[in-house]
Ligand binder design. Structure first.
Ligand code: SAH
Ligand code: SF4
Ligand code: F3S
Length: 474
């Protein structure tokens, strides 16, 4: 085989973790064509914007970025560096397709989340024929069957196991941009997990838009596996010490999944469980399929199974028809449940979704004011949890170099970023850390003993108690 010349690709990712996973998979697809990933668009022979359509702001960012890339392309041409290929991938590409090309005709490639395995063919056609290439199909055979084995991802990796969504919450574009819910076969997931672990990954976060609705074909008789069954099988892989999954829907939190939280030590005690609103009226209008009370019951059952489980959530304020009383219900739910982390958003009307056309759209200043009030409560809860961790010992997976010299950064079991003074040689290891400071957004800790080393004879035998999130007095 002739050696392919080295070219550079910059993939800029917006949006959710699934886009982060897709970006890494696109790099896997492009590697055999000789493309080496770079972080700066100015250094790239090809720039792919991996876009998000979830809110208007996210979506509009793409067009300002495309304007900048057009100028950058000209600069590269003027300097004799060749013509940069500009591509748009992800959910904006899927949603806007041809309109995107009409608005930004200098774009070469438009490809959706389900067609990036076809990048080599698209690039070949572009080289052969010129002109923009568009592929936003929902192919009958899933992309996963055509993707190469994953490259090295480092200590912590994402793994998409389910994609698309059949829930049709009335505010959400995902069912339209990602398509119908499809689960990958369990054997394919296990193979990909083993390939990641063989290359040094010790933590895997399973991804799906509605991941706990996972029902992939089982490896033996073809009978579907639930997420809980998959988690139990993954936990058997030697060297895979941490498992997480996201994003889950409160409606699909089954008994067997709750039992897995009690019984599978590798399953981390942190769960992102979006609730969106605490008002039953609004939850109904959102088509979420559960009440605030049902959400609280699920949380109670999870905490009974795993008492140190910490929760995070997503909230939307200013959904059409939301009154001050509805918003107060959201604040009450937050105070009752206690979240250690949260994402909260002003409702953004999205083209083609049912809620966008509804009466009772909430004026922006009211949305802004509610968002500020909600975030104040959520931030207080997060800060309190972080302060409560001070004095505790916990395992931290040190997966990044910190900003200060001699500092490594990792994640606690509860997803908090933890700064630790530590030698670079232990980067990538899970270490026992004593937490000495708790800031609103991160913790600082001191190394106790590298957790991956056998404990020394005089090591303190008593395991430290895990912090349990407490409730803020209402
Ligand atoms: N599948 C996940 C959410 C995916 S989108 C779930 O079911 O919860 C991530 C978050 O974006 C959502 O939880 C919601 O809080 C927010 N979001 C989605 N559509 C939105 C919109 N139109 N306006 C504002 N926020 C939105
Ligand atoms: Fe969107 Fe609802 Fe599906 Fe989540 S469950 S992706 S919010 S439609
Ligand atoms: Fe955005 Fe698509 Fe994810 S719309 S949130 S990138 S599924």
């Amino acid at each position: 085989m002739t050696k392919t010349p080295s070219k550079t690709v910059c993939i800029k990712t917006y949006g959710c973790q699934m886009n982060v996973y897709d970006a890494a998979r696109m790099a896997d697809v492009l590697a055999p064509l000789g493309y080496r990933p770079v972080t700066e668009p100015a250094e790239a022979d090809m720039v792919l914007l991996n876009t998000c359509h979830i809110r208007e702001k996210a979506s509009e960012k793409v067009f300002s970025e495309l304007g900048r890339l057009r100028q950058l392309r000209q600069v590269r041409i003027d300097r004799g560096l060749g013509r940069m290929v500009i591509g748009v991938a992800g959910c904006v590409a899927q949603a806007e397709g041809a309109e995107l090309l009409a608005r930004a005709p200098w774009v070469d490639l438009v490809l959706g989340p389900q067609t990036y395995h076809r990048l080599p063919e698209m690039l070949a056609r572009l080289a052969r024929e010129g002109g923009a290439q568009l592929d936003t199909d929902f192919p009958a055979d899933p992309k996963f069957d055509h993707l190469p084995a994953p490259g090295p991802r480092g200590p912590s990796a994402f793994l998409s196991i389910q994609e698309g969504c059949d829930r049709f919450c009335t505010f959400c574009v995902v069912p339209y941009t990602r398509g119908a819910e499809v689960s990958r076969p369990a054997a394919a997931v296990l193979d990909e997990a083993r390939a990641l672990v063989d290359q040094g990954t010790t933590e895997i976060t399973l991804l799906g838009q509605n991941v706990n609705a996972y029902h992939g074909d089982g490896p033996d008789d073809g009978a579907a596996w639930s997420l809980a069954r998959l988690i139990r099988a993954l936990a058997e892989i030697p060297g895979l010490t941490r498992l997480r999954y996201t994003t889950s829907h409160p409606r699909d939190l089954t008994d067997d999944l709750i039992a897995a939280h009690a019984e599978v030590p590798a399953l981390m005690p942190f769960l992102h469980l979006p609730v969106q609103s605490g008002s039953d009226r609004i939850l109904k209008a959102m088509n979420r399929g559960h009440t605030a009370e049902a959400y609280r019951r699920v949380v109670d059952r999870l905490r009974a199974a795993r008492p140190d489980l910490a929760l995070s959530s997503d909230f939307i304020v200013g959904f059409p028809g939301e009154t001050e009383a509805d918003f107060q219900d959201t604040l009450s739910l937050v105070r009752a449940v206690h979240f250690v982390q949260a994402y909260s958003f002003k409702y953004s009307p999205r083209p083609g979704t049912p809620a966008a056309a509804r009466p009772g759209q909430v004026p922006d200043p009211i949305k802004g004011e509610r968002l500020a009030r909600l975030q104040e409560v959520l931030n207080t809860q997060q800060s309190l949890f972080n302060r409560q961790c001070v004095g505790q010992e916990m395992d931290v997976l040190l997966d990044r170099v910190g900003r200060r010299p001699g500092q490594l950064l990792g994640r606690s079991p509860w997803m908090q970023p933890v700064h630790v003074s530590a030698p670079a040689a232990i980067l990538g290891r899970s270490c026992r850390v004593l937490i000495v400071d708790g800031q609103p957004n991160s913790l600082a800790g001191r190394l106790v003993t590298p957790a991956t080393e056998p404990p020394s004879a005089d090591a303190d035998a008593a395991p430290a108690a895990a912090p349990t999130p407490t409730r803020i007095p209402a």
